[in-house]
Ligand binder design. Sequence first.
Ligand code: NAD
Length: 288
Amino acid sequence: MPQTICICGAGTMGSGIAQVAAQSGFQTILFDLNKEVIENAKSKNEKDLQRLVEKNKINSTEKENILNRFHFTNNINDCKADIIIEAIIEKIEAKTNLFNQLSLINSAETIFATNTSSLSVTDIAKTILHPERMIGMHFFNPATIMKLVEVVNTNFTNEKTTQIIIALAKQFGKTPVLCKDAAGFIVNHVARPYYLEALRLVEQGIADFETIDALMEATGFKMGPFKLMDLIGNDINYAVSCSVYEAMKKPERLKPSPIQEERVKKNELGKKTGKGYYFYPLPLKGNK
Ligand SMILES: NC(=O)c1ccc[n+]([C@@H]2O[C@H](COP(=O)([O-])OP(=O)(O)OC[C@H]3O[C@@H](n4cnc5c(N)ncnc54)[C@H](O)[C@@H]3O)[C@@H](O)[C@H]2O)c1
């Protein structure tokens, strides 16, 4: 039975996944290269747990116990665990480098899971030291709330790894869905046109983004495409658009939009940078 989970990358997804792990009773290591990101994740997790206390979902002793299960770090040598869940930038070289470094300091039993949204898990597995212990574990945003987890096997993944990750997702209170390693898996494959068609309407001057969001929400979608892209992160969404487009052999209908590229160039990444299509308040530094 796994006891220690290490999450690499403490951004939008990593901080949420870590909270889920700590709340589910696991010793939880949260690692990021960036000191400020770790500080922000720490104060976000504390705030989120305090909110749960205020809503009577947990009591203050439980909150303290959950916080005590966390180890926040900028030191990769602390990343020793039964299961590693990687949630760093959507770049294959960064992910494979990280997994290969982690293989050297972890046991021969450690499982390596990637939260990639769109990169080929097989391509990552091919270049790491232990492909049989590599799997996709794709959470949705916000990870503390969304129930679905896509579990992505490759041809190298052994059965034990798959079963442990399915069991882990259930221990996290999630609903695991096993799927094949394909461009965008299931959800990002189905959802890609939601963003791209909306971007085309703006590109062609047919409607502005606020109108499109308002209209989609009025027809029953929980979030309009532009609000959703800001929540996801425009850099991540653009990277996913590019890799699905490449993997599908560049169909015109899935061509990434220049608007996405422009947002990324301007660092208008959405909620995480305070500006995307909309404006967002950023956490004050050191503010708990
Ligand atoms: N944002 C979403 O809605 C969403 C949903 C599901 C999956 N994902 C996937 O999760 C992963 C992370 O996305 P995110 O939105 O959390 O990104 P993010 O930009 O919010 O965070 C990424 C973090 O990784 C850190 N990092 C970069 N290289 C690192 C390294 N070598 N070692 C340790 N930390 C490193 C960065 O400092 C940053 O804090 C991506 O693969 C993305 O495709 C994202």
